[in-house]
Write a protein that binds this ligand. Structure first.
Ligand code: NAP
Length: 274
């Protein structure tokens, strides 16, 4: 058996490989990277490194030769039309290379959203189904570190977290938990032709975030709904489902997801150093 991971140098990909190393012999892991020179640290660990550029279909066919399981990490390109073409290249190459099982990092509760990234993920899921390759869709929740864009440093300084008005609730999780669950799926059995909604099993609110900030900073922080806040993140999160719940992730992990305070700890320690 061989497991190839695209986007192997990305934040999620590298966490998944770290987890896989605890479950599988390194000879079974193939790190697919956009630039071969960036795969040095994998080679040093005995992991094969292959060139894999979503914009170069010929690189993909070579990368997937002999691969039984392929984890396709969704492209990080900002243009969803280009992402769609890149994903099609990966799926086509997987089909030509006779990959036995494709795993795809999709997005949670797609059917409830209405934005271009949602349609991109749905289109990719359908393209995988169309190719006829057995699949597993790993529908990842919003990463909890999205809160970085809310200027937590300023909130700690002011003792007040300013947010756009609304009844905001989040099922977000850390990449760490997602990586652990994805590694469990990649090395486990009974996951063919299934979709998992990888969210927390409880939501958190901005009041919870302020409480977490207070406990980490030692300062009292309140929440203030401010109609003048016009940040793009609110437009983004209002068009995707960020609050529906599933216990798929905790079942795969066999433990609860990381608590909010723990999840934002590193963000706050870097903010405190500024
Ligand atoms: N659930 C969420 O909240 C959320 C948030 C943001 C993004 N995402 C999605 O989740 C994916 C993984 O997240 P992440 O944090 O690991 O992102 P990341 O750190 O930006 O990693 C993305 C990976 O994709 C690779 N990549 C980009 N374009 C490529 C191409 N043309 N050919 C081959 N590889 C390419 C990058 O390669 P290099 O290392 O060479 O740059 C990188 O390794 C993202 O790509 C995005 O689609 C989800």
């Amino acid at each position: 058996m061989s497991i190839a991971i695209t986007g192997a140098n990305g934040k999620l990909g590298s966490l998944i490989i770290k987890q896989l190393l605890q479950k599988s012999p390194q000879e079974q892991i193939i790190a697919c990277v956009r630039r071969l020179e960036s795969g040095k640290s994998y080679e040093e660990q005995g992991i094969s490194v292959r060139l894999c550029d979503y914009d170069q279909p010929e690189s993909l066919e070579q990368a997937f030769a002999g691969v039984s399981q392929l984890l396709m990490i969704s492209s990080s390109h900002h243009d969803d039309t280009i992402r769609l073409r890149q994903h099609a290249h990966v799926i086509e190459a997987a089909k030509k290379s006779k990959v036995e099982h494709i795993f795809y990092t999709s997005f949670a509760f797609l059917e409830n959203g209405s934005s271009s990234p949602v349609w991109l993920h749905l289109a990719t899921e359908y393209a995988i189904r169309t190719a006829g390759i057995p699949f597993t869709f790993l529908r990842n929740a919003l990463y909890t570190d999205f809160v970085e864009v809310l200027d937590l440093h300023a909130a700690i300084k002011k003792g007040r977290l300013d947010i756009a008005p609304g009844d905001w609730k989040f099922h977000s999780v850390t990449r760490f938990d997602l990586a652990a669950a994805i590694a469990a799926v990649l090395t486990g059995h009974g996951h063919k032709n299934k979709a998992y909604e990888l969210t927390a099993s409880r939501t958190w609110t901005f009041v919870d975030l302020a409480a977490a900030l207070s406990s980490l900073s030692g300062k009292s922080i309140s929440v203030h709904q401010n109609p003048e806040i016009q940040h793009w993140i609110y437009r983004f999160i209002s068009k995707i489902d960020v609050s529906s719940l599933s216990d798929d992730l905790e079942k795969l992990l066999g433990r609860p997801v990381m608590p909010l305070t723990e999840s934002i700890k590193t963000l706050i320690s870097s903010a405190r150093q500024d």
